[in-house]
Design a protein around this ligand. Structure first.
Ligand code: NAD
Length: 358
């Protein structure tokens, strides 16, 4: 069985789906790994490192299973072999047509976003591994854009108060952001519409902001708020946000536009020099003034809405992603051959081109 690793072609992407350490593990299990020349270059992994790990450098597209980070383009789908499998972030909710296009090409697609958030599938949870990178990086970005210190400083020239950081939406990225901001010495506060998050927020040394709005959806995710709930939330957030030096937003609802948690009015009330880092840019952003993919300054507040923070740390992001891919591949292998058992709960959920098991 062969595994192909193409070079990612999306602008700004620096990650690669497998790293040499994982290639070595897969080769030891009898798989043949083919890496496209230069696939790891942007992640600072030379072809030689892949070759040393046991991969061959060549055409990755005719492999039995192709592993990618981002969804394939039309041209890339055309290069896949009928009967092969494709693993990656296939964005089936943002682009429902992807399943049809892969099915038409005779390719079985496994979307990492669709891996269920259950204990057994934690090792395959690429949303989480990449959200950890994004949450960490978001805080560093906030700290470098903020005109004030994050930690408390006691110096001969006087004492500086620590910054206060608010994280809106405390899933995996939000929790990592709270933990990272705490390590930098900031005072931290978290808010989410899922009430069970309160204990997790406190466990990383942050305060819980209770706005009394609860919206628990399916599969551990949040649901979209009703109009009344949204009005109530906006009203309460409007005054809560003003006191923070940095606001990091990560709120998402699967398959829906990002909820607008930070209205322009709230930005206007913030102290000049404060920062907003909006991680929801890809689905429209959590802040009304965010411009996805850009950093803008409005009312003397810096608002950054980076679209792909994991790509800014390509070595570790790729390493973690590769381990997620490895775990999923191992689940699909039977005696060294690719034979995904589609009655398996994890594979059935991840497979976006298979009929539901009866
Ligand atoms: P996500 O990226 O989908 O969303 C980020 C956060 O935004 C969530 O916590 C969500 O509740 C919150 N949110 C959505 N709308 C909001 C609003 N209007 N106001 C405030 N907050 C809002 O979340 P995620 O990080 O992918 O995590 C989703 C779920 O998966 C969580 O329950 C998480 O604990 C769970 N999870 C489970 C496992 C596991 O058991 N294997 C692993 C990782 C995550």
């Amino acid at each position: 069985t062969s595994v192909g690793v193409p070079r990612e072609t999306v602008t700004g992407e620096r990650r690669v789906a497998l790293v040499p350490g994982v290639v070595e593990r897969l080769c030891a299990q009898g798989l043949a790994v083919v890496v496209e020349a230069g696939a790891g270059q942007a992640a600072l992994i030379p072809d030689e490192a892949f070759a040393k790990a046991g991969a061959s450098i060549g055409d990755p597209w005719s492999a039995d299973v192709v592993v990618k980070v981002n969804a394939p383009t039309e041209a890339e789908i055309a290069r896949l072999s009928p009967g092969s499998a494709l693993v990656g972030f296939l964005a089936p909710l943002a682009d429902p047509g992807i399943a049809d296009r892969l099915r038409a090409a005779g390719v079985r697609g496994f979307a990492l976003e669709s891996v269920p958030r259950i204990s057994r599938a934690q090792s395959m949870d690429a949303l989480s591994s990449q959200a950890n990178v994004a949450g960490y990086r978001a805080v560093l970005l906030a700290a470098s854009e903020c005109t004030r210190f994050f930690p408390m400083l006691t110096t001969a020239a006087g004492t500086v108060k620590p910054a206060s950081v608010l994280v809106l939406g405390v899933g995996v990225a939000g929790l990592q952001a709270l933990a990272t901001a705490k390590r930098l010495g900031a005072r931290t506060t978290g808010y989410d519409v899922r009430p069970e998050v309160a204990d997790q927020v406190r466990s990383v040394g942050a305060k819980w902001l209770d706005l009394g709005v609860s919206a628990v959806g399916e599969g551990g995710y949040a649901r979209e708020l009703t109009d009344d709930e949204r009005a109530e939330q906006t009203h309460r957030l409007n005054s809560a946000i003003a006191g923070f030096d940095a606001v990091i937003t990560t709120a998402l609802v699967p398959g829906r536009p990002a909820p607008k948690l930070v209205p322009a009015e709230a930005v206007r009330r913030m102290r000049p020099g404060s920062v907003i880092v909006d991680l929801a840019g890809a689905t429209g952003g959590n802040c009304e003034l965010s411009e996805p993919g850009r950093t803008v300054v409005g009312h003397e507040i810096t608002i950054a809405a980076p679209l792909n923070l994991p790509a800014t740390m390509p070595e570790h992001a790729s390493e973690l992603y590769a381990r997620n891919v490895q775990a999923l591949l191992e689940l699909m292998l039977v005696d060294g051959r690719l034979a995904p058992d589609l009655t398996d709960e994890v594979l059935a959920a991840a497979c976006i081109t298979c009929p539901d098991p009866a």
